[in-house]
Design a protein around this ligand. Structure first.
Ligand SMILES: NC(=O)c1ccc[n+]([C@@H]2O[C@H](COP(=O)([O-])OP(=O)(O)OC[C@H]3O[C@@H](n4cnc5c(N)ncnc54)[C@H](O)[C@@H]3O)[C@@H](O)[C@H]2O)c1
Length: 105
């Protein structure tokens, strides 16, 4: 079975990518650390979407990881050896990007 790693898997685009590829028969690994709640407060919380994927996708594996953690990401890639990666983890607001252009760990 092919494996795909989706970053930002609990977000709007990432979660739909997870569902799409699961339907196509891929095993899904998602990375998300709910950073959206840090950016936007409680209304930005994406845990509900993480739980939705865990319920809807058989064998879905959630990785609680910050993609800015370079070594953590490299270790995970070595461990799961994905056949493909969809990278959607991001801070999606233009206004917020203007006020916090660098987001340190
Ligand atoms: N939503 C749209 O209509 C749309 C359209 C075009 C392009 N995009 C782009 O697609 C990307 C994703 O957009 P979205 O709407 O899915 O955003 P989103 O905020 O819904 O999802 C992003 C996810 O990434 C996670 N995340 C953020 N920083 C992280 C980090 N450091 N480590 C781990 N996880 C992290 C967040 O917790 C969130 O769940 C953005 O670059 C956006 O600009 C979105």
């Amino acid at each position: 079975m092919k494996k795909i790693l989706v970053t930002g898997s609990s977000g709007l685009i990432g979660s739909e990518a997870c569902l799409y590829f699961a339907n196509e028969g891929w095993q899904i690994h998602g990375i998300d650390n709910n950073q959206r709640a840090v950016f936007f407060g409680p209304k930005g919380d994406t845990r509900w979407n993480q739980h939705r994927l865990e319920n809807k996708i058989q064998g879905f594996v959630h990785h609680e990881l910050d993609i800015r953690d370079r070594q953590g990401v490299l270790d995970l890639l070595k461990e799961i050896k994905p056949d493909a990666i969809v990278h959607t983890a991001a801070q999606p607001s233009h206004d917020l990007a203007a006020s916090i252009p660098f987001c340190r760990l």
